[in-house]
Ligand binder design. Sequence first.
Ligand code: ATP
Length: 371
Amino acid sequence: MTRMARETPAGDLRLANLTKRFGVFTAVDDLSLTIEQGSFFALLGASGCGKTTTLRMIAGLEEPTSGQVLLGDRDIARLRPYKRPVNTVFQSYALFPHLDIFENVAFGLRRRGIRSVDDEVTRMLSLVQLDGYGNRRPAQLSGGQQQRVALARALINRPQVLLLDEPLGALDLKLRRQMQIELKRIQTEVGITFVHVTHDQEEAMTMADTVAVMNAGRIEQLGAPADIYEFPATAFVANFLGQSNLLAGEATGVSGGDVAVTAHGTRLSVPAGRSRADHGPVHLGVRPEKLILVGSADQVPAGHQHVTGVVTDASYVGVSTQYLLRTSWGTELSVFAANSGTSTRVAVGSEAVAYWDPRHAFLLPRDAADS
Ligand code: ATP
């Protein structure tokens, strides 16, 4: 399929010191970030963190208390919604029930007075893989299909930025996974900047080139999904994106390229390049899939670090078995062991050792709030 003809290049979308207050409550707090033109960007965060308010300020549905929304060099923050080269797809598809699918998709073109819409509507229906559905009514389509119509209806306007507010939230899990792949394909094909709001970390990581993790109106971390996952900036991000084991300890300085850490009397270390602190209270983090469970310390390979404990739970979840290991100092560690056929099973109640390659650990400063 041919790439969609582009309007004048929009440039990057930049939010500069964007703030929204509702009375004394600050929903979006001095937010500054750049969304590269043509990228798939996800705003990820728990309910109430300010994602939708941010999106609504980009769309023009909410007026910022202060700050700018820039598209290229142009500040669009005070333009009326319909004057912005921006379209939004909501979770509720908001299709017109009395119009057929063809007319739903054609709506934006007709409103602009364009008469010959057939080719463009056909092309859009094909883009979202709904060829031949033009004559149906929305009620005759499944939820996933209706979401595709909503997408086609927004894309036909050739916005420079497409905003997606939890667009897959109403779909069941399997369909949601399918649509994530679809959305990514469509975004690559049309080359429009997509800004996607979600609270589902797997969804954000599956689709986006760049993920911004939001918390209490601010960005905690922004980057490529793998970078954020592998080296989170804060304990909040480490816990929000997947699971993390965070061992509270004290960093005592750098030696030989490693930061030395003492945790409950155990001496550990993390490469300086994976450390965001080298002195004082820290969290030593290891992802559950980076921990390997064995029966005794003599099975730990050279160059690895370990803790001992007792297995308190083993849950078989198909691709892996998820263990809980209670360390002697009372921390509960989560260990994912792939059910590849080669991993050893460890019985609940038995003593075990969890080991890891220090290059897979990360070190974060620990403040009083999260110790
Ligand atoms: P969700 O995923 O639940 O939609 P969100 O991260 O998108 O959450 P927002 O909808 O942006 O969060 O809301 C951020 C905060 O601002 C919430 O605490 C919300 O209650 C508050 N808020 C949003 N709109 C208003 C409003 N019009 N008046 C007062 N408070 C508001």
